[in-house]
Design a protein around this ligand. Sequence first.
Ligand code: ADP
Ligand code: MG
Length: 454
Amino acid sequence: MNVEDVVQWVNNLIVDKTGEHLTPLQEAILTGVWQRQKYPQIAKDYNCNESHVKKEAAKLWEKLGEELGEDLNKFNFRSKLEKKYTISQVSNFVRCVKGNINICNEFVQTIEDTKTRSPFPPNSPQNNSQSPIIDLTDAPEFPYFYDRTSELSTLKQWILQAHTRLITIYGLSGIGKSAIALKLIEQIQTEFDYIIWLSLTNTPTLSTVQTELKQFFGRSQQPSLPTIIDYFRSSRCLVILDDVQNIFSSSQLAGQYLAGYEDYGKFFKQLATSSHQSCLILLSWEKPKEIANLEAENLSTRSLHLKGLGQEAAEIFQQKGLVDEEKWSDLIAIYQGHPSWLNIIAATILELFDGSVSLFLSDVNDLFLGDLEPILESHLKRLSESEKKALYWLATQKETVDISRKTTDSELSQSEFWQAIQSLGRRGLVEKVLVGGRSLFFLNPVFKAYIQCR
Ligand SMILES: Nc1ncnc2c1ncn2[C@@H]1O[C@H](COP(=O)(O)OP(=O)(O)O)[C@@H](O)[C@H]1O
Ligand SMILES: [Mg+2]
């Protein structure tokens, strides 16, 4: 932990709380105390009298102590911060290998901080400092993380080698989008100057999001820059926007913006097509409509359809204490390795069968949904009329479907039907398999079972 980082972190904390920056004297006090100097020495170096330093210091410890929930003074300031670092190191899901992280006002920084940063930034203000500034206040926390090796390596390749500017990770709710993005941050954080996670759960307008981003970048970069793209050019920024589906409309095809939110689309496009050295990651149930076109034009845009875990999902059962290990892979296959569904089903198995997977699976003809039903329903509620028709029709099909053949019984014209299938694919509800060079489509089997039993 070096003293400049400590001063910068305290400054950020105070700016957040009061809107004011540390005064030069307060900075001198923090620096002096961190270096175990006494107040008379600090006063002498700062060229002011000792009682003034003491008064200012007392105010500073009080303000900072309140913010950290600690009783701070000149004797314990350094050890309290160092202790916070140690606690965070063992308890935080996002562990800091190098650099520092600001998680819910926790300060985390490692002592080892040796890795050189990306070669990019020609005039980045952060270029010489090796500590990324990270704000994960908006991010969820998870106790466990299994696998995702191949998805993580794809994402790292896109970001670090191909310098992809806009990435969408899309897939069903609970499939692990937030979890994988947090893991990714943990693994690539030293390649960035700034990392921030913002949630769109409360449907903020674009201008609210832009203001938050500017405030975050502006805390450590003076003078502040006019637009987000300026920050994206001058530093390596990684921005994660979570729960992006909230700015999309229900009852329409996937990825259509709510009225008044269309400017997000332009913003995403601008970030994908302008030259800069940063990356925006969108986490969403649906793929935004621009993304497919930008991808098709190969404009530094990629999307990852996140699917379930493989056999590694068995760790969920292990951790929950289920038995009948020989049946675990059946359970994973039935619930598609979907981590959230598997957690819910495992809880049911414990509740009803004391953890016996064999007993739970004894009636294999009837797929148990239980507490999954409201989750599945929340996806169906968002569909357009044409998607519903296509979906109900797919639910009646016994086999994968060749959509080039006319589907006379689906009540939709061919073009409506194709558009609906495309949109259902962008929601991850309909999937594609290649058989003998032909694309065949099928409805997610768990949704199929749910629709059939409704
Ligand atoms: N790779 C993983 N290993 C273990 N648990 C996971 C994994 N991915 C997701 N989970 C669990 O599944 C749940 C949903 O994950 P989350 O990332 O919130 O999904 P999403 O963001 O797609 O809605 C969480 O409880 C999380 O702990
Ligand atoms: Mg999430």
